[in-house]
Design a protein around this ligand. Structure first.
Ligand code: HDE
Length: 715
């Protein structure tokens, strides 16, 4: 296990600058208790009263200060992406090969380690909502470069719902809890969202992604990230290329199943936030490679879709992704509010060598983020907050405002000036001054959608075609669930027609689930549905002639070779468990970077066969949905005791139903049977008298076994 990093340990060189900068604002607990102005306090238990049983006195400045500060300690939560978790890290490019297309030093200088702060988020829910809601995830990265901050404020889904920023408030109002009764929290499964979607077919491509398992990630470390919009790279000669940014997780892309997501929302609503924190504390640092799709304007003009339309992606089959660098998250924040809550991202934070495109959604964002910080953080001086301030020197004539922290000496606060020696002076482009790409423009002033934005179904079809049968089955089930919650029949009917437009089998199966189409016989089981959907494909349009893009599937393609890195395995145990078997499995798992936890009948230690076994969690507090697999270590007394516990039987049955690897010592086979789980190596249920611990680790690396018979979920 790698050493936990703490502030007094040496840090990777690149991280140090921002960490030192933050340390200037960090205030560890002092020896003496004081008020906010440094007066020592002798009694923090009792307010000042007129007599021990008398009224409190107005004079009690300590009581008033403490209560008053408390009264004002909340700020407005983000209007979207309110719930988030953040971490510090570093980014490094592999080589200087991008210098042909960009002058951005952060992307071309391999000797630099750029500090980053990343915030992951859900979109629709409030700050206190659950991590596992079906939703898009925000993936916002702030690079503290030597040339100023660069924010890549992306999502875990590459297209967006809408094409023009003017529709964003409508989209968000439709998905947020309905305004008359504030229901439902953090859910798209309600009438107003589908009312908007059914009347706005440009949302359909992204809707398909949101109905897929991408919207219920296993962890933040198992998500891809996307810059979504087309941006520009500009090289030293001023030449521009278009670019799409990607983050490829080195621990692969993995998702929950819906039943797990629902259970986790109750059992551990902080599951993603907790995993991010725990992984970093343990030294299992989450990593992503930065990928770029670079293409010219001429190439873009040849595509049968518009790269300025954010509801479209550029298929990787059309423009491959080049992996150019790596980001490692290696330090947890010291204070949630000061860092994760007060961090302010803005797509306008750019460095020379990068620029915007004319994507009308991006153009609207260029206004929104600065604007929203003013109401959220309350002052134009928010860039002075430690988490937001750049490492590059700030020097200008902006002054005053609420909570101004910087002291600007001297009488000059204007430009041009002679009294201040003409400083600070403008910087020429050659010396790093930012210049906007001189894109030639002409046109009439007009409110109109470009004809090249008109195709709303083509890429939804591409996504659908690219799914494996199980992924398609999950989309059907998700849509049946979501529309099943929509109370207005007319909206359901409109949605079925849209889904039929993407693929008739998709539309029909959803319709059948909603009672809008009669089938000859009962509704298909999951396995039957998967068979039915296998050949269900649609002719794409607006996808550059690509009919199927493997990169869009999490099953057919992954961003990293199969591995068990970061996977968590439960070893179920009671008194009498074989200490040797526990140790053997733990060693096999940890050798490959996975984590083993003993889930026992009680906390503390178990009286094991051959020694004591320490318990990490108990059956009462820890469900199977926290884990990626379960193993039943030997010890007949232990397994007999477990076999009498409903929690243990459910644990195993549920892990099985969720498609996870299950392994058992010979002593545990009876319990497996009791839980209704049949041994089958192909289906990831291993009898360890016939197979080795390494075979179990290999099964774990497959993540899920979709070939189990019958309906897998719910357990
Ligand atoms: Fe955002 N978005 N957004 N968004 N967005 C915000 O800014 C907005 C869009 C994204 O962890 C807000 O500081 C508009 C696309 C992330 O702090 C706000 C439009 C993408 C985060 C805002 C979009 C995003 C935000 C709320 C359409 C993916 C969280 C708080 C024109 C590329 C950042 C804040 C964090 C946050 C506006 C569309 C990603 C209100 C107007 C497309 C990851 O300014």
């Amino acid at each position: 296990m790698k050493a936990k990093q703490s502030q007094d340990k040496p840090q990777p060189s690149g991280e140090a600058p921002k960490q030192h900068d933050l340390a200037r604002a960090t205030s560890p607990a002092g020896e003496h208790l004081t008020d906010n102005l440094g007066h020592a306090i002798s009694d923090d238990q009792n307010s000042l009263k007129g007599g021990v049983r008398g009224p409190s006195l107005l004079e009690d400045f300590l009581l008033r200060e403490k209560i008053s500060h408390f009264d004002h300690e909340r700020i407005p939560e983000r209007v979207v992406h309110a719930r988030g978790a953040g971490a510090h890290g570093v980014f490094k490019v592999y080589d200087d090969s991008l210098s042909e297309v960009t002058a951005a030093r952060v992307l071309t200088d391999p000797s630099r380690e750029t500090p980053v702060f990343v915030r992951f988020s859900t979109v629709a829910g409030s700050r206190g909502s659950a991590d596992t809601a079906r939703d898009v995830r925000g993936f916002a990265v702030k690079f503290y470069t030597q040339e100023g901050n660069w924010d890549l404020v992306g999502n875990n889904i590459p297209p967006f719902f809408i094409q023009d920023a003017i529709k964003f408030p409508d989209l968000i109002h439709s998905v947020k809890p309905e305004p008359h009764r504030e229901i439902p929290q953090a859910a798209s499964a309600h009438d107003t969202f589908y009312d908007f979607v059914s009347l706005t077919p440009e949302t359909l491509h992204m809707l398909m992604w949101v109905m897929s398992d991408r919207a219920i990630p296993r962890s933040f470390a198992n998500m891809e990230g996307f810059g979504v919009h087309t941006f520009r790279l500009v090289n030293a000669e001023g030449r521009s290329h278009f670019v799409k940014f990607h983050w490829k997780p080195l621990s692969g892309i993995h998702s929950l199943v819906w039943d797990e997501a629902l259970e986790l929302a109750g059992r551990d609503p902080d599951v993603h936030r907790r995993a991010l924190w725990d992984d970093i504390e343990r030294g299992d640092f989450p990593e992503w490679e930065l990928g770029v799709q670079v293409f010219t304007e001429e190439q873009a003009a040849e595509f049968d879709f518009d790269v300025l339309d954010a509801t479209k992606l550029v298929p990787e089959a059309l423009v491959p992704v080049r992996r150019v660098g790596k980001m490692t998250l290696n330090r947890n924040p010291d204070n949630y509010f000061a860092e994760t809550e007060q961090v302010a991202f803005m797509p306008t934070n750019l460095v020379p060598g990068l620029d915007f495109s004319d994507d009308p959604l991006l153009q609207g964002r260029l206004f929104s983020y600065l604007d929203t910080q003013l109401s959220r953080l309350g002052s134009p001086n928010w860039p002075e907050l430690p988490i937001n301030r750049p490492l590059a020197r700030v020097s200008n004539h902006q002054r005053d405002g609420h909570m101004r922290y910087t002291i600007n000496p001297g009488r000059v606060a204007y430009e041009p000036n002679s009294l201040g020696g003409g400083r600070p002076a403008e910087v020429s482009p050659q010396r790093g001054g930012f210049v906007s790409y001189p894109e030639p423009l002409s046109g009439v002033k007009i409110r109109q959608r470009a004809e090249s934005f008109a195709d709303h179904y083509g890429q939804a079809k591409l996504f659908w075609n690219s799914m494996s049968p199980v992924e398609k089955m999950h989309i059907v089930r998700a849509q049946q669930f979501e529309l099943g919650k929509v109370e207005t029949r007319d909206i359901r009917l409109k949605m079925i027609e849209h889904l039929r437009g993407i693929n008739p089998v998709l539309g029909d199966q959803v319709a059948a689930g909603l009672g809008e189409m009669k089938l000859n016989g009962p509704l298909p089981t999951d396995a039957e549905l998967m068979k039915l959907l296998e050949g269900a494909v649609s002719e794409t349009t607006a996808a550059g002639g690509v009919q199927k893009d493997e990169a869009l599937s999490m099953v057919d393609h992954n961003t990293a070779p199969p591995s068990v890195r970061g996977r968590k395995v439960a070893l179920l145990a009671a008194d009498g468990v074989s200490a040797e078997d526990v140790g053997r499995m733990r060693t096999a798992l940890e050798a490959q970077g996975a984590l083993a936890e003993v889930v026992g009948t009680h906390l503390g230690s178990l009286q094991g066969q051959g020694g004591e076994v320490m318990v990490d969690k108990t059956l009462l507090t820890t469900p199977s949905v926290i884990y990626d697999a379960v193993y039943l270590p030997g010890g007949s007394a232990s397994l007999k005791a477990l076999g009498q516990l409903g929690d243990a039987l459910r644990f195993v049955a549920q892990a099985y139903k969720h498609g996870k690897a299950v392994g058992s010592s010979p002593d545990g086979l009876a319990l497996l049977k009791q839980a209704g789980v049949a041994v089958s190596a192909e289906q990831g249920v291993l009898d360890l008298s016939k197979q080795s611990a390494d075979d179990f680790v290999e099964a774990l690396a497959q993540h899920r076994f979709w070939n189990r018979s019958g309906d897998l979920v719910p357990a």
